[in-house]
Design a protein around this ligand. Structure first.
Ligand SMILES: Nc1nc2c([nH]c(=O)n2[C@@H]2O[C@H](COP(=O)(O)OP(=O)(O)OP(=O)(O)O)[C@@H](O)[C@H]2O)c(=O)[nH]1
Length: 134
């Protein structure tokens, strides 16, 4: 008998600066290698979503962010993983980005976001963001 995996909750940051959005490419050693995503990560224990996101962004990019707004989640099933991807619009509070986990970042204007090869779970979030903020 196969059991249904539980849903993991993942926060991610749509970081805006001077009319552009920060896009991060997963490294070759990560799950979904070289796909583009919004930086963030799994909610641990009973931490709240904003605490999780600020912690993950500090761990991955070495910067502090301010959270502006929570956007609608996307529920997605990868072959062995069910996740709720929870996006937040954010701004930078510190500006010196270190690539601690990703292979590269790009700052793209909203009309170029669709040019990237996004992780599957991000596609509806990118579409929603473009529809709402273009
Ligand atoms: N952070 C992030 N994860 C995403 C996005 N889209 C997406 O499918 N994921 C998936 O969500 C899962 C958790 O992300 P993660 O690996 O960054 O989380 P984490 O840093 O807490 O994990 P780890 O500490 O176990 O490495 C991965 O399977 C990842 O591929 C996204 O936009 N941002």
């Amino acid at each position: 008998m196969t059991s249904t995996p539980s849903v993991i909750r993942v926060t991610c940051a749509i970081v805006e600066n001077e009319g552009k959005v920060l896009c991060a490419q997963r490294s070759e050693s990560m799950m979904h290698p070289l796909k583009w995503e919004f930086p963030g990560g799994k909610v641990e224990g009973d931490e709240d979503l904003e605490t999780c996101l600020k912690r993950e962004i500090k761990e991955e990019l070495g910067v502090e962010i301010a959270i502006l707004e929570q956007l609608p989640s996307n529920f997605h099933i990868y072959s062995n993983l069910r996740l709720e991807l929870i996006p937040f619009r954010c701004s930078l509070q510190t500006f010196e980005i270190d690539l601690l986990e990703h292979s590269q970042i790009l700052w793209l204007p909203i009309n170029e976001l669709k040019d990237l090869d996004w992780a599957e779970a991000d596609v509806p979030i990118v579409d929603y963001y473009i529809r709402t903020y273009k």
